[in-house]
Design a protein around this ligand. Structure first.
Ligand code: TYM
Length: 335
């Protein structure tokens, strides 16, 4: 708790072009929860270097992502929006938690398996211990709730296990976090292969809608979405392409799948695709406008970056000092 509010933590990587999946699965929920909780939203740039990055591109993308958080409706006066690399506690706590995490646990992480298959020439230790850094992110702020898409659930389970293990030895040091998974949009699938999640690293540009795609591109990608030959619009597992389009439609419009199925009763797939395209455009176009506007205000963004990093550093230090004391590090001399 901070004051009388529970704590929320979440983060996003500044790697690649963000997709509609990132927005509907995470960012959109962050905004809807932001009044209720004391929130920390991090641009997790330290996670990004587990795969090789061009330094200037990473810096530019991190800034664009921070801008996007604000443009999406997160008020940086009320929410702590900051770069992970500006707060030293993330790395310091991660080291300690590494010593409370088993190789077997990390070996089971599906994201590690996927990423090491994709980057076979660079299976570095950071890629392997990535979930421990993520646990540190969350536990450092004593987060009660972590809004994420379904693909991050396994990491969140591990975070809970590490926290419980630590607490069992040292007493109640960490709050045990809960995942918050949105009702719709928690797993947006590829438009070209609805058995795979929509991903920023997909090689086929038609598989993903990028947050910065222009309106015509969005419409075209929706029109080309892979469906099936059933010819009916129902929300069910047997029609993964249609189900995904309905999910996107519902997440963008706030309608339930039942309402959407009723609305499209008797319609053809072409009509559904068109409506989905329009629904996505109506969400992303205003967002893109706000990003453009906000990016111009360099001084404002620099001020946010400075003051929020200080706040995050101050709050995270409380947990860090407590943990350091618990594990037996000597007290720091007063300055
Ligand atoms: P990342 O950067 O891959 O994704 C950011 C968020 O977007 C969600 N997401 C999706 N949701 C629905 N459908 C999709 N197709 C889709 N693709 C991505 C993700 O679930 C995530 O919520 N390890 C994390 C970043 C992280 C983090 C943390 C998250 C680092 N530390 C602490 C929460 C708390 C990641 O790589 O997310």
């Amino acid at each position: 708790m901070i004051g009388d509010k529970k704590v929320l933590f979440s983060g996003m990587q500044a790697t690649g072009n963000l997709t509609l999946g990132n927005y509907l699965g995470a960012l959109k929920n962050w905004v809807s929860l932001s009044d209720e909780y004391e929130c920390f939203y991090s641009v997790v740039d330290m996670h990004s270097i587990t795969v090789r990055q061009d330094p200037a591109t990473l810096r530019a993308r991190a800034r664009a992502l921070l801008t996007l958080y604000i443009a999406a409706g997160l008020d940086p006066e009320k929410n702590c929006i900051y770069y992970q690399s500006h707060v030293s506690g993330h790395a310091e706590l991660a080291w300690i938690l590494n010593c409370f995490t088993y190789m077997g646990e990390l070996n089971r992480m599906t994201q590690f398996k996927d990423k090491s298959a994709k980057h076979a020439d660079n299976i570095n230790a950071g890629l392997f211990t990535y979930p421990v850094l993520m646990a540190a992110d969350i536990l450092l702020y004593q987060a009660d709730v972590v809004p994420v898409g379904i693909d991050q659930m396994q990491h969140l389970e591990l975070t809970r296990d590490i926290a419980q293990r630590f607490n069992a030895i040292y007493g109640d040091v960490f709050t045990i976090p809960e995942a918050y998974i949105g009702k719709v949009g928690a797993k947006i699938m590829s438009l070209q292969d609805p058995s795979k999640k929509m991903s920023k690293s997909d090689e086929n540009p038609n598989a993903s809608i990028y947050l910065m795609d222009d309106a015509d591109t969005i419409r075209r990608k929706c029109k080309r979405a892979v469906t099936d030959s059933e010819g009916v619009i129902l929300y069910r597992e047997e029609q993964p392409g249609i189900k995904n389009l309905l999910d996107i439609y519902c997440a963008c419009t706030g309608k339930t799948p039942e309402e959407a199925v009723k609305e499209f009763d008797g319609c053809g797939y072409g009509q559904l695709k068109e409506a989905v395209g329009e629904a996505v455009v109506s969400v992303l176009s205003p967002l893109q406008e706000r990003v453009k506007e906000l990016s111009k205000d360099k001084a404002y963004l620099d001020g946010v970056i400075r003051s929020n990093a200080e706040k995050a550093q101050y709050i995270s230090n409380k947990t860090l000092r407590k943990v350091q004391k618990k594990v037996g590090f000597p007290e720091r001399p007063r300055q």
